[in-house]
Design a protein around this ligand. Structure first.
Ligand SMILES: *Cc1c(COP(=O)(O)O)cnc(C)c1O
Length: 463
C-alpha cells in the first residue's frame, strides 16, 4: 500500500478511492461514477491536482487554511515537536509546554475575560464539550434542570451527535437522530426568508424568537444559546445589523450563557481576530478550530470566560476530555500558525487590503443577470443566484443552479462552493489583490457559462 503515490494514474487512484475510502458528506455511488478529484499539492492560495491543473482555492480547504498552503515553518515545528515529545496527555495532573503556550496565547488574543482553554481535536468535539460545560455549569450552581440549549435552523456546529444536534440541518438530524434538550429557532436569513420586511426589522424579529423561546420553555430550563456570528456552512448568511445586539440583550436579560461558534469566524476571517469583535458579541464561551492551526493539524477547543471556568472548578472534577486534548504536535503547530498570523499582520491585511479590494469586485457581481445579492465580511462571502432579483425569487430545485455553477467553477480551476442557491467563498487570508483578480475573473466566466446553460435549457425561471 505504501506504493500509492502521486505518480499513479488518476484513474487508478480514483478506483482505489472508490473501493476503500468512504468520504464525508458524499453520495458514494455518484462519486464513484464520476471519480474524485485528486489534490496533490498546495502553495499559498493555489492547489495542484493529479492532472496538473492549477486551481485557485476560494474555500481555504474547508474554511481553514488561513495562512495559505505550504508554509515550511509549520512543518519544521511539527518535526521538532515529534522528536522532542510526540505525545503526552493532559489528564492526570500533567501538562506540557505546547499546551501551556498555546492556551496562554489564545487567552491573550481572545477578547474580554475569555481566559481559559479546553482543547479538543476538532470543532465538533469542542461543541460537544460546550454542551457538557454549560449543563455542568448550571448543575454546579444548583440548577440542574437548566439544560436546554437554543440554536438556529440551518446553523452548523459539526457532525458528531452533539454538534449535529446543535446544528439546525434537517438532513443531518435525519441520519442518526438528535440528542435531547436542544431546540432550534429560525435563522436571520433576510434574502431567503425576509419576505417584505426591511432587513433591520427582520433581524429584530428573528432575534426576538430567542426571547419567545426562552419564555415558552421557562428560563429555569434554558442553559445557553449558541450561534455562529456568520452562518458558514448554511451559506455565508450575514445577519442584519440589528440581530446580534438584540440576541446579546436577550441573553443578558435572562442570564443565559452565550456561546459563539467561531470555528470559521475566528483567527482573522472577518477582519478581526474573532467574529464576536466584528459583531459586538460578548460570549461566555467561544468554539474554535479550523483557522486555529490553519488546518495544518487537527485541533479545536473552547475558550471559556473566568466565571464559567470558576464555577466548573468549584464543582471538582469535570468528567470530560479527549486523549488528544492539547496534543503537543497540534498545539505547537497551532502556536506557530498564530505567530505567523500575528507577525505578518495577516488580520490587518484582511481588513485593510484584501477585504476592500475584493468587496468592490464582489459587490459588482450583482450586475450579472444570475446574481441577486452579494455579501462579504472580511474574507467570507456569498452571492445569491436568482432568476428574478426584484422578487428575490428561487430557482426550481431541478435546475440544480448551485451545483451547476460549482461544476463550472471547478472546470475553470476555481474552488467556490454551492449551498443551495448561494455560492460561497472563504479564500486563504493571505490572498493578494492579483489573485483576487484571477478569482473574480474565473467566477464571472463560470457564472456566464452557468447562465448560458440555464437559458439554453429553459430553466432561467422562478420555481
Ligand atoms: C466546521 C465547523 C464545525 C465543525 O468542525 P469540525 O472540525 O469539522 O468538527 C463547527 N462549527 C462551525 C461553525 C464550523 O464551520
Amino acid at each position: 500500500m505504501n506504493m500509492i503515490t502521486n505518480h499513479l494514474p488518476t484513474a487508478e487512484l480514483q478506483a482505489l478511492d472508490a473501493a476503500h475510502h468512504m468520504h464525508p458528506f458524499t453520495d458514494a455511488p455518484g462519486l464513484a461514477r464520476k471519480g474524485a478529484r485528486v489534490i496533490t499539492r498546495g502553495k499559498g492560495v493555489w492547489l495542484t491536482d493529479s492532472e496538473g491543473h492549477q486551481i485557485i482555492d476560494g474555500m481555504a480547504g474547508l474554511w481553514c487554511v488561513n495562512i495559505g498552503y505550504g508554509r515550511k515553518e509549520l512543518a519544521e515545528v511539527a518535526a521538532r515537536q515529534m522528536e522532542e515529545l510526540a505525545y503526552y496527555n493532559t489528564f492526570f495532573q500533567t501538562t506540557h509546554v505546547p499546551a501551556i503556550a498555546l492556551a496562554a496565547k489564545i487567552a491573550e488574543l481572545a477578547p474580554g475575560d475569555l481566559n481559559h482553554v479546553f482543547f479538543a481535536g476538532s470543532g465538533s468535539e469542542a461543541n460537544d464539550t460546550n454542551i457538557r460545560l454549560v449543563r455542568r455549569y448550571w448543575d454546579v450552581k444548583g440548577q440542574p434542570q437548566k439544560r436546554v440549549i437554543i440554536s438556529r435552523k440551518n446553523g452548523y456546529h459539526g457532525s458528531t451527535m452533539g454538534g449535529g444536534s446543535l446544528g439546525g440541518m434537517a438532513p443531518i438530524h435525519a441520519h442518526g437522530g438528535m440528542i435531547d434538550g436542544i431546540v432550534h429557532i429560525d435563522q436571520p436569513y433576510w434574502w431567503g426568508e425576509g419576505e417584505d420586511m426591511t432587513e433591520e426589522a427582520f433581524g429584530l424579529a428573528r432575534a426576538k424568537q430567542l426571547e419567545d423561546k426562552i419564555l415558552e420553555l421557562g428560563v429555569e430550563n434554558v442553559a445557553a444559546f449558541i450561534g455562529e456570528p456568520i452562518q458558514g456552512a448554511g451559506g455565508v448568511i450575514v445577519p442584519p445589523s440589528t440581530y446580534w445586539p438584540e440576541i446579546q440583550r436577550i441573553c443578558d436579560t435572562y442570564g443565559i450563557l452565550l456561546i459563539a461558534d467561531e470555528v470559521i469566524t475566528g483567527f482573522g476571517r472577518t477582519g478581526n481576530w474573532f467574529g464576536s469583535q466584528t459583531f459586538g458579541i460578548r460570549p461566555h464561551i467561544m468554539t474554535i478550530a479550523k483557522g486555529l492551526s490553519s488546518g495544518y493539524q487537527p485541533i479545536g477547543g473552547s475558550i471559556i470566560c473566568d466565571e464559567v471556568a470558576r464555577v466548573i472548578g468549584e464543582g471538582g472534577e469535570f468528567f470530560h476530555g479527549y486523549t488528544y486534548s492539547g496534543h503537543p504536535v497540534a498545539a505547537a503547530v497551532a502556536l506557530e500558525n498564530l505567530r505567523i498570523l500575528q507577525e505578518e499582520h495577516i488580520v490587518d491585511h484582511v481588513r485593510n487590503v484584501a477585504h476592500p479590494y475584493l468587496k468592490e469586485r464582489w459587490d459588482a457581481l450583482t450586475d450579472h443577470p444570475l446574481v441577486g445579492e452579494a455579501k462579504l465580511v472580511g474574507l467570507m462571502g456569498s452571492i445569491a443566484l436568482t432568476p428574478d432579483k426584484a422578487k428575490r425569487a428561487k430557482f426550481a430545485e431541478s435546475s440544480n443552479v448551485g451545483y451547476r455553477t460549482r461544476e463550472r467553477c471547478f472546470a475553470n480551476n476555481l474552488i467556490m462552493r454551492a449551498v443551495g442557491d448561494r455560492m460561497i467563498i472563504a479564500p486563504p487570508l493571505v490572498i493578494t489583490t492579483a489573485e483576487i483578480d484571477i478569482l473574480i475573473e474565473r467566477a464571472k466566466k463560470s457564472l456566464d457559462e452557468s447562465y448560458a446553460s440555464l437559458k439554453a435549457e429553459g430553466l432561467f425561471v422562478p420555481a
